[in-house]
Design a protein around this ligand. Structure first.
Ligand SMILES: Nc1ncnc2c1ncn2[C@@H]1O[C@H](COP(=O)(O)OP(=O)(O)O)[C@@H](O)[C@H]1O
Ligand SMILES: O=P(O)(O)O[C@H]1O[C@H](CO)[C@@H](O[C@H]2O[C@H](CO)[C@@H](O)[C@H](O)[C@H]2O)[C@H](O)[C@H]1O
Length: 471
């Protein structure tokens, strides 16, 4: 019979949130939390902590993933997508159990809502509701949950149409930057992020001994009448390609006004973050270190994706210029993985979400202060992605390729204009920083696509070609 760890491994390997693709992964162990469910109740519900080795040479060799589990006494109909495995469970008197990912189990999810709304404390688990009397939303106790089906690194549940519970999948000890930043902005009264309603913290055994603790989940307001920036922008691109003889500004779905507003909202959030969480300065000597780190990432990416090699020299020139940059740079908490999928257009304007930073980076790196230019570079890349992602269906069509470039340029310009109007300084004037961060992002994207969506690899590779030619 297959062991329960093998079953957990097969389940995890097929999940979008499991970040261990691209190397041979082996689930070595699983630990579990206290029961969230009452004794004797079915399904029995608790959190599983899944341990596996990270990629060879990774800094944190052992990775921990959160897998909420619901144990049933019999198979559940129509739940094969969430089926983890079946085994005799020692903690339930060796009863045969059929085990599911609890976030997809409507009988299990009310435990999370109840715990978060009422601030439950269990051994190793603490749920913290945020009470902001003037602003807080009331989530009905019996609100039904629905798992979001969007592409994401974590798993989010919507309760009723009021609250969104995001359960972090890859765990790291310490504060999650998303919880930290969104809570700080909520406390500061920002309207530019969804209001934080609560969060959950937990402890799990550390591989090799001891205990680690960190954030497990965060509940925020659900922006029910919103659309994410990626869907919105690609709709505009689709409109343009349908009438490729017209310029972007002549087509009904022109996006430049939205890009301008998004630039302004981004500058406002950067200012709020600087005020709420402070700033520091990178001295010119630190630029050398940052440049060296970017070069190391380039070398690593070239080793993994040889096609990138032809652009390495050109991209490297942007990093050389950064090393020689002798102007002090103000740094602060930033978004860290900013792209069109991280912004929501609500009826009240743009809101920014998911301040967790790049999923593959360590928590220390993701919490480090950085320049807002990194976020700007991320969003500029995203405009390029939006334009190019639809080109695959129009291979060889020069007119559409021309329109793609035009759309990206127009919206990048509008975004920077909007940013500059609020910030009082234009990010395009920081050309050394901007070029280095654009090149660094393209390298990150090349690795990301090679590991996760190989058919999209041509998008960052085309940008690498362009950037290396202009450097
Ligand atoms: N507060 C919210 N209200 C409405 N939709 C949301 C909210 N937060 C996230 N979403 C939706 O969920 C998607 C994924 O959210 P995100 O926080 O980026 O997840 P992940 O970190 O797991 O990738 C977003 O692109 C958006 O469509
Ligand atoms: O949203 P996540 O935190 O999971 O971010 C990761 O996945 C993103 C893709 O979903 C990836 O973004 C890249 O693709 C986007 C289009 O799907 C594009 O808009 C971005 O510009 C591009 O970087 C992101 O890099 C990755 O960290």
């Amino acid at each position: 019979m297959t062991s329960h760890l093998d079953q957990v491994q097969s389940f995890c390997a097929n999940q979008r949130w499991f970040g261990e693709k691209g190397h041979d992964v082996h689930v070595d162990a699983m630990a579990t939390s206290a029961w969230l469910s009452d004794e004797g109740a079915w399904p029995a519900v608790r959190i599983g902590f899944v341990y596996c080795a990270g990629p060879p040479g990774a800094e944190n060799a052992i990775r921990v993933y959160q897998l909420p589990l619901s144990y049933h006494a019999a198979p559940v109909d129509n739940h094969s997508h969430a089926f983890v495995g079946d085994w005799d469970e020692p903690d339930l008197g060796d009863t045969r159990v059929w085990v599911y990912d609890a976030l997809h189990d409507k009988e299990a999810t009310p435990y999370w809502l109840d715990a978060l709304t009422h601030g439950r404390r269990l051994e190793g688990l603490e749920f913290h509701p945020v009470h902001a009397p003037e602003r807080s939303l009331v989530v009905p106790d019996d609100a039904q949950s629905l798992v979001l089906t969007v592409e994401q690194s974590n798993t989010s549940l919507v309760f009723g149409d009021t609250a969104l519970l995001k359960v972090f999948r890859r765990l790291e000890p310490g504060s999650n930057p998303g919880v930290e930043i969104e809570s700080a902005l909520t406390e500061a009264g920002s309207d530019l992020v969804p209001e934080v309603l609560g969060s959950a913290r937990g402890s799990w055994p550390r591989a090799g001994g001891g205990t680690d603790s960190g954030d497990l989940a965060m509940m925020t307001a659900f922006e029910k009448n919103s659309t994410d920036g990626w869907s919105y922008a690609t709709t505009s691109v689709r409109d343009l390609y349908a009438e490729a003889d017209l310029h972007a500004e002549e087509v009904g779905g022109d996006f430049a006004g939205e890009s301008h507003r998004l630039g302004a909202a981004t500058a406002e959030v950067h200012a709020e973050l600087a005020k709420a969480l402070g700033t520091d300065i990178w001295e010119p000597s630190q630029m050398v270190e940052h440049s060296a780190a970017m070069k190391r990432r380039l070398d690593k990416a070239v080793a993994a994706i040889p096609e990138l090699g032809q652009y390495a020299e050109g991209l490297g020139r942007a990093f050389d210029a950064l090393a020689a940059y002798d102007v002090p740079v103000t740094v602060q908490r930033i978004h860290g993985d900013f792209h069109l999928g991280q912004v929501l257009r609500t009826i009240d304007g743009w809101k920014l979400i998911d301040f967790e930073g790049e999923p593959a980076k360590s928590l220390i790196e993701r919490r480090a202060l950085d320049t807002p230019v990194k976020d700007i570079a991320g969003m500029l890349r995203s405009f390029d992605y939006a334009a190019r992602s639809l080109l695959a269906d129009h291979q060889g069509d020069q007119q559409i390729a021309y329109r793609a470039a035009e759309w990206a340029t127009r919206n990048r310009r509008a975004f920077c204009d909007g940013y500059a109007e609020v910030a009082g300084s234009d990010p395009r004037d920081e050309s050394v920083l901007l070029s280095a961060f654009l090149a660094d992002k393209v390298i990150y994207e090349t690795l990301y696509e090679a590991r996760n969506r190989p058919t999209w690899l041509p998008i960052p590779l085309a940008a690498a070609a362009q950037l290396s030619a202009t450097e």
